[in-house]
Structure formats: C-alpha cells, structure tokens
Design a protein around this ligand. Sequence first.
Ligand SMILES: Nc1ncnc2c1ncn2[C@@H]1O[C@H](COP(=O)(O)OP(=O)(O)O)[C@@H](O)[C@H]1O
Ligand SMILES: [Mg+2]
Length: 251
Amino acid sequence: MLQLRQIEASYDGSRILRGIDLTVQPGEVVCLMGRNGVGKTTTLRTIVGHVRADTGSVELDGRRLDGLRPEERARLGLGYVPQGRDIFPTLTVAENLQIGAVAQGKDYRADLDRVLDLFPVLKEMLTRRGGVLSGGQQQQLAIGRALLTSPKILLLDEPTEGIQPNIIDQIGDTIRKLRTDGLDHNFAAEINDAIRKLRAERRIGILLVEQYFDFCVEVGDRFYILDRGAVVANGPIQDLHQESVKRHLTV
Ligand SMILES: Nc1ncnc2c1ncn2[C@@H]1O[C@H](COP(=O)(O)OP(=O)(O)O)[C@@H](O)[C@H]1O
Ligand SMILES: [Mg+2]
C-alpha cells in the first residue's frame, strides 16, 4: 500500500501542498482530480521523489520513502508516467519499452507479452522509432514501459491529456489505424481499456491524475479532489457526484 501522511511541499518557498493524506491499496484505481494548478502533478512528484516534502511521510508497504532518491523509489515499486510524452524519439518502440526495466536491472521478458496484449498497437510497431508514433500511441508506450519495471503502484499523470482535445492528432491516429485494420479508434478509449484490464487483474494499485469526470467514474474505485493543495473531498467513486465536481472542478 502507498500511504501519504500530512504531506506539505513548496516551490521556492511558496507552499503548494498543504497536508495531503492519501492511500492507494494494491489492486485499486484511485483518481486524483482537481483544476489546473491545484497541485496534482506536485503530489505525484513528491511521491516519486522529484520534489522533497517539507513535512509528512510517504510510505510504500510500510517502508518510509522520504530521503530516498527517485531511482531507489522506482526500484522499490513506483512506476511513474509523467504528464506529457516522455519517450525517446530516436529509439525504437522495443527499446523504449525495455529501457526502464534495463536501467533498474529488472527482467522484463516475462511481462513483455502481457504488455503487448494490453497495447496491441505497440506490437505492430516494435521496430519503428518512438518519434513516429501518434500522441495516444506514445502514451501507451510510456505506460507499457512503466509496467515492465513491475511496479507495485503505477502513477499516471493525465494519460488522456492531449489525446481527446487534440483533433489533429486524433485524425492522424485514425487515418493510420484505418490503414492498418480498417477500424475507427478512439484512442482515449484504448487507455481507458488498458486501465480497466489492469484493474481487473488486481495486482497493482493505480493512482490516476485525471480531469475528466466520466473517465474517473468508468475506471476508478475511489477518488480524491484537490483544491489549492488540500484534499477537499474523497470517497468511493459512487459518491463522486456531478454537483461536488462542479463545485471543485469547473472554473
Ligand atoms: N517547478 C515549479 N516551480 C515553481 N512553481 C511550480 C513548479 N511546478 C508547478 N508550480 C506551481 O505549483 C502549483 C501546482 O502545480 P501542479 O502541481 O503542476 O498543478 P496541477 O498538476 O494540479 O495542474 C501551480 O501554481 C504551479 O504554477
Ligand atoms: Mg499537472
């Protein structure tokens, strides 16, 4: 289990996170929601060690992570897919998939088929350079790479960002996809699908930063809503109602 207790964090002396308590159990999908700028990404960066907490603790399976370097935290079981596309454009898809696990000295081979089943589009593109993939495909590649490090907890920062609203990207995706298998694809739906499959396996916990209400309701077990660096609502996903979301999520 991942457990945050009273986490406070700052940038340049200005307080961003104000006492965050949050847990992610193995096998559950927890949605971290909130408007732009409330501290969602900072929360993930504090968990993985890119930002040092001022006070509070981060524990993974009872072990304090505070003070450990990001690489050490990753090796202990945190898989992090940052916001935006974080792949190596000149490496092949296969190399991009392997690189995280190789850097950690982990054997990824047993899990490779499983990841390719989760993201079939990657299977067709293993020898292509990462840079030629569409936005949605690059996001799938980044998630696949994190999964190959056998994380206990997977941290996803807005995996649908830039997919749904980016029409140019979507058109490109659709045209390429039409060419290969004649199907019209919604690429945010593919990531949704993958998260649901991972959830069904109930092996890893997922902390999903997501702004889309519908997406959270479809894939989540529990939710937290952040506002100005504090948790203002949380509970089972069934309790996530449009009204409370409107209060905290719309501008
Ligand atoms: N590297 C940084 N240096 C200084 N301020 C930052 C930095 N990153 C984010 N911030 C500020 O911290 C606040 C929270 O940002 P962030 O965690 O990225 O929000 P969210 O992910 O919820 O949109 C914002 O006001 C943002 O401007
Ligand atoms: Mg963010």
